[in-house]
Design a protein around this ligand. Structure first.
Ligand SMILES: [Zn+2]
Length: 145
């Protein structure tokens, strides 16, 4: 991969791309909404401002970009060939923050499910898993999707 954008600038670009209301995350929320789930988006009062919060169920879904959050074994979790040390430090810091947020959420009693961005490419399989995690709604109680 050739890359002529310097790491800081690229970091800003990719942060914007991967920040709130990314396409796949919005698509996932729409699907969950159609299945009858109601949620709060990007709640700043919880550790790490979790992406999708289901207050009445005590559950949280975090949508993680594979590159930034290091989805191990995933082909999108690449390491840029230039300034490798910079990226490795960045990734370590992201991972530490993720782990700390996860721990804090669990300590507050939230059940947390992580959705990797690449899993949004198989929405049916993903939704089956999320319905199992979230529990039924009137629309999903028979297990039909
Ligand atoms: Zn992935």
């Amino acid at each position: 991969m050739t890359d002529h954008v310097d790491p800081i600038r690229r970091s800003a670009i990719m942060a914007a791309v991967n920040s709130k209301d990314t396409g796949p995350e919005v698509a996932l929320r729409r699907m969950l909404h159609r299945l009858g789930y109601r949620y709060v988006v990007h709640n700043p009062h919880l550790p790490g401002t979790p992406d999708i919060v289901f207050p009445s169920r005590g559950k949280v879904i975090l949508v993680h970009g594979c590159f930034w959050h290091r989805h191990y074994g995933c082909r999108y979790a690449t390491v840029p060939k230039t300034r490798t040390a910079f990226w490795e430090a960045k990734f370590r810091s992201n991972e530490a923050r993720d782990a700390s947020n996860l721990k804090a959420l669990r300590k507050l009693g939230w059940q947390v499910q992580i959705v990797w961005q690449c899993q949004l490419k198989s929405p049916e399989r993903l939704l089956r898993r999320l319905v199992r995690f979230l529990g039924p709604t009137r629309r999903t109680k028979n297990g039909d999707l």
